[in-house]
Design a protein around this ligand. Structure first.
Ligand code: B16
Ligand code: MG
Length: 226
């Protein structure tokens, strides 16, 4: 991290899937294929419960929906197969996949030397950031390979705050999942929910997507006392 960035007392933390890119659609396709190959199906509504949830926990939930149990070996090979399918979709991604309104926020933060980090549950986060040309823009990256406790535990965001050299109270977290909003709140950070107001009602602020967020709001967050 550059020295001058450390002078900012505020820092921003972004979730990946559902905030920066919509990889949820690829997860859904890959999990659904797995379920279908095992002889059952699940709905898009059920898929909501997989958002922000780790790979292992997602497969456990899905198997419960299908009333299935697998040996440890089969469980692991299904997870690996799902990830291969998922990565074949990720491989097609480029920076056109960055969700509308997101880039202008990154540009503002970079112009004003405000540090920002990634805080994602995904073990594929670094691969995705490289595909969309954002990997080098982050001051810190914390993903599913760095944490031992999944969201709603605040671990992922607390590590990000530490890497950014900022107190958790000075961090603003952008999240699309209930578990992620709860994690940010548990870490005493300002939580910004991206998505459905009814689903994300625990967040300090809620927007349907980044096109609703203007730079005035970002400036307000920078002035804000938690
Ligand atoms: P992987 P996020 C999460 O990403 C996804 O929302 C969730 O659906 C997925 O199961 C999890 O990452 C693990 O992903 O299989 O790539 O390790 O929203 O925390 O950026
Ligand atoms: Mg997410």
């Amino acid at each position: 991290m550059t020295q001058h960035k450390m002078n900012s007392d505020k820092a921003f933390i972004f979730d990946l899937d559902g905030v920066i890119v919509d990889t949820a659609k690829f997860h859904f396709l890959a999990w659904r294929k797995l379920a279908n190959d095992l002889g059952f199906d699940f709905t898009e509504e059920q898929n909501e419960q997989l958002k922000g949830v780790s790979r292992i926990e997602s497969l456990k939930k899905i198997l419960k929906w299908g009333n299935m149990e697998l040996s440890e070996e089969e469980f692991n090979s299904q997870m690996a197969r799902k990830n291969e399918n998922y990565l074949s979709c990720v491989d097609e991604m480029d920076n056109a996949e960055i969700l509308p309104g997101v880039s202008k926020v990154f540009e503002y933060l970079m112009e004003h030397n405000i540090p920002f980090a990634l805080g994602s549950a995904s073990k594929n986060a670094r691969t995705i950031l490289k595909k969309i040309d954002l990997y080098k823009k982050f001051d810190a990256i914390v993903d599913g390979t760095d944490v031992s406790k999944a969201k709603p535990d605040p671990e992922v965001f607390l590590i990000a705050a530490e890497k950014l050299n900022t107190a958790p109270e000075n961090c603003v977290v952008f999240e699309d999942s209930v578990a992620g909003v709860q994690a940010a709140n548990a870490g005493k950070m300002t939580s910004i929910g991206i998505g459905d107001q009814k689903v994300l009602h625990e967040a300090d602020y809620i927007f349907s997507d980044f096109t609703e967020i203007d730079i005035e709001f970002i400036k307000k967050l920078l002035r804000k006392e938690k």
